[in-house]
Design a protein around this ligand. Structure first.
Ligand code: PEP
Ligand code: MN
Length: 415
């Protein structure tokens, strides 16, 4: 029922089998009938992104995979309904566009811009229960962050609100691109494909590729997170079926053999840029864990996009009790990423960051020298600590230097 008639019976059956697999990190909706009604309403609601924009992103990511462009992806850890304001979205987009400008100027290569936006409403959690003894907050797509047990009851109606807000956000990106922020005109949108009842809802048949697949209309780019990449799980099975370019987070326990197995499954036809491998190792581990992974995948002939997420392996709790990250640790993981690719001779395709254009105090360090005592001043995130605009700019400059240095040996070969 779910994907017919647009996707055809064969793909609909594969989708049903994928979704029947064990799925980590899903809420228990209190009323399955209401959930089914919402999923049906989402089917009718239509896409948030156009098929044309996703097709364009596919060609741009192929260029990144071939070493002809960079990918810059970022935004809030978790979007919230309360912050679905034009001001907040515009500030985040402005930061993304400016960071991309820094990269393009320094390296001379085009930069593909992908926002964590217009659907980044669901969060995986390491613990089911939070510090206050309540069910952990799983994002506005599921329930409210308010600290009461009533507020934490999953409400499927929120998927409709998220879809409407996501559509408003892509409309805003379009307006900004045509007016006040021209650089937003080619920003793509992305989120973690986490909440399967949302992800299953807007899928269309796409037979423009090497095999018929399902095109998600909910985002141009979707990624599978560190906590939902089980080999036998529903998330990977869904990602295999998608026509959109997909990403996969790889934490420090990943082995080269495991990475190659993921690559073979998610990029079976060896399409450049079809798969983005997002390493999030932690700054103390990237230099030892990443090289054999890159070597093994590169030797297989698959042209993936190598992307560095220097945020999620470097999170810790400050002495005064805030989840935070240190700009120096983030910079060090990025430096390690560029060193590894320079040594192996592969293209350091891009970065995946959590930032906002708002003047928050969530990460420590940087030129503004934020300390742990400053954290309570404007600590606003619904989930993980974000770089503020000043910290994000600073890191863009540091990363662009490393990226340019990494390109030098290859430019010499080309000359
Ligand atoms: C995230 O990107 O917000 C996230 C939860 O990342 P990871 O899956 O790498 O922990
Ligand atoms: Mn996060």
């Amino acid at each position: 029922m779910l994907t017919q008639p647009p996707a055809g019976p064969a793909l609909a059956a594969r989708l049903a089998r994928a979704l029947a697999r064990p799925a980590a990190q899903q809420p228990r909706w209190p009323d399955p009938r209401r959930t089914a009604e919402v999923v049906a309403a989402l089917h009718r609601a239509g896409p948030v992104v156009t098929a044309a924009s996703t097709a364009r992103l596919r060609t741009h990511l192929a260029a990144v995979a071939r070493g002809e462009a960079f990918l810059l992806q970022g935004g809030d850890c978790a979007e919230t309904f309360a912050e679905n304001t034009d001001a907040h979205k515009t500030a985040n987009l402005r930061t993304l566009v400016e960071m991309a400008g820094v990269f393009a100027d320094r390296t001379g290569l085009p930069v593909v811009k992908v926002a964590r936006m217009a659907g980044q409403y669901a969060k995986p959690r390491s613990h089911d229960v939070d510090a206050g003894g309540l069910p952990s907050y799983r994002g506005d797509l599921v329930h409210s962050a308010e600290a009461t047990s009533a507020a934490r009851i999953p409400d499927p109606g929120r998927m409709l609100r998220a879809h409407a807000d996501a559509a408003r956000t892509t409309a805003l990106i379009g307006r900004l691109g045509a007016g006040a922020l021209p650089g937003a005109g080619d920003v793509y949108v992305s989120h973690e494909a986490l909440l399967l009842d949302y992800e299953r809802s807007v899928l269309r048949l796409d037979d423009s590729g090497p095999e018929p697949r399902l095109l998600s209309g909910l985002a141009d780019f979707l990624w599978i997170g560190e906590r939902t990449r089980q080999h036998d799980g529903a998330h990977l099975a869904l990602a295999e079926l998608l026509a959109n370019p997909v990403g996969l987070k790889l934490g420090p326990a990943t082995t080269p053999e495991e990475a190659l197995a993921y690559v073979r499954r998610l990029d079976p036809h060896a399409e450049p840029g079809r798969l983005t491998l997002i390493s999030r190792m932690g700054h103390t581990r990237i230099r030892s864990v990443l090289p054999p992974i890159v070597e093994k995948v590169a030797a297989s002939g698959h042209e993936v996009v190598w992307q560095c997420d220097p945020m999620h392996g470097n999170t810790y709790t400050s002495a005064n009790g805030y989840k935070t990250r240190d700009v120096d640790a983030i910079a060090d993981e990025m430096a390690g990423f560029f060193e590894v690719h320079r040594q192996v001779g592969t293209h350091p395709g891009g970065l995946h960051l959590e930032f906002t254009g708002d003047p928050v105090t969530e990460c420590v360090g940087g030129a503004c020298a934020l300390t742990e005592t400053d954290l309570p001043t404007r600590y606003r995130t619904a989930c993980d600590p974000r770089l503020n605009a000043a910290q994000a700019h600073e890191l863009a400059h540091r990363a662009a230097e490393s990226a340019a240095a990494c390109l030098e040996p290859r430019k010499a070969v080309l000359r």
